[in-house]
Design a protein around this ligand. Structure first.
Ligand SMILES: *Cc1c(COP(=O)(O)O)cnc(C)c1O
Length: 355
């Protein structure tokens, strides 16, 4: 249990108004959570303070070798003013998996969840209430030693910032186009692909720019060794429905284990659907598209929840999926997960955490 000191701002900012258009990740709430780590002392001095700039040495290790990790989750509010988190224990656990891989000290999972809950509660009035809106929560840890040697840092900062964000799809769920990348790769087994860390994103930008230039909104990565097996989308895991069966690549060390992915798998199994986590080659996907058995494609992630894919590009070929609309299972998963998140549906798995 953390003993969190709270220092409230003397000059609260103006909150976005009801009905005001919110984009993603540009505005931040009045407060943030901060906790220090020092070797020998452990994590200490947990505090909630006014959102402000932080001061670091230009030699701080994070700037040079990228020793950092992050998480992403959301707080939701219903019509009655109740506020919820969705499976924050999964983020706390994954944070430590990332920490272990990156030689960052672990944070007790109950402390992680407590810190998220307390800072969100302090800025609870910042959780937007318009349909589809939420408060995006970004916990992250950075290495702060003033040292240019390559080694794990001996000091860190754990910070949680909060950003009210709009509905991912302003005009309702809409299919996106995806670029299957055949030149660059994101991660390989043994690397850091399963960790949520900035380095993976730095490595991905060039392909994202390429995909955007080609008129596609996201990149679908192939495995780094054979360049043959499907991995995941930029910030989403990927699912296919082929001949009625739900398929997704198995977790293999180079794929990020999404909380939404896990939730989709549990729901689909609960509904009695045929579900497989296994290796899926791009050829299998193309074959299914050619013989008309590729029924649905969707991405999963906290930001969009479930994102229908309307077309895929691989080399010179563009594949249209279904009739370009939203698949039945895609829609049902989206409705069910968002219904649980916003407190509108029963929560048979105990995923919703009331704040
Ligand atoms: C965060 C992330 C996801 C999605 O994970 P969720 O927990 O469902 O939000 C998928 N892929 C990558 C690379 C990610 O960083």
């Amino acid at each position: 249990m953390l003993n969190i000191r709270i220092e409230r701002t003397a000059s609260p900012k103006e909150k976005p108004k009801k009905g005001e258009k919110l984009s993603f990740g540009h505005i931040f709430t009045d407060h943030m959570f901060v906790m220090n780590y020092t070797e020998g002392k452990g994590w200490h001095d947990p505090r909630i303070v006014p959102f402000e700039k932080i001061s670091l040495s230009p030699a701080a290790m994070v700037f040079h070798y990228g020793q950092e990790m992050f998480e992403g989750l959301k707080a939701y509010r219903d019509d009655k003013g109740n506020a919820y988190l969705f499976r924050p224990d999964m983020n706390a656990k994954r944070a430590n998996d990332s920490n272990d891989r990156l030689c960052i000290p672990r944070i007790p999972e109950e402390d992680f969840v407590q810190a998220v809950k307390e800072v969100v509660n302090v800025d609870r009035d910042w959780i937007p209430t318009d349909p589809g809106t939420s408060l995006y929560i970004r916990p992250f840890i950075i290495a702060t030693d003033e040292f240019l040697g390559v080694a794990p840092s001996k000091t860190y900062l754990f910070i949680i910032i909060l950003s009210p964000s709009g509905a991912y799809y302003e005009s309702g769920l809409a299919p996106v186009g995806i670029w299957i990348e055949d030149e660059y790769v994101r991660a390989v087994k043994g690397g850091i692909g399963f960790a949520k860390t900035g380095g993976n994103y730095a490595a991905s930008l060039i392909a994202q720019v390429k995909a955007h230039d080609g008129g596609f909104s996201q990149v679908l990565w192939l495995d780094g060794v054979h360049r043959k097996y499907i991995e995941e989308v930029g910030a989403m895991n990927i699912f296919f429905k082929i001949k009625g069966k739900i398929l997704t690549p198995m977790l293999n060390g180079s794929i990020l284990p999404g909380v939404t992915r896990n939730s989709v798998l549990q729901l689909a199994r609960h509904w009695g659907m045929d579900v497989e986590e296994r290796r899926i080659s791009v050829d299998e996907l193309l074959d299914a598209a050619h013989d008309g058995t590729l029924e649905e494609v969707f991405g999963t992630g906290t930001a969009a929840v479930v994102s229908p894919v309307g077309k895929l590009r691989f080399k010179d070929e563009i594949i249209n999926i279904g009739n370009g609309g939203i698949g039945e299972v895609t829609q049902k998963l989206y409705d069910t997960i968002t219904g649980i998140q916003w407190g509108k549906l029963d929560d048979p798995f105990g995923w919703r955490v009331t704040l």
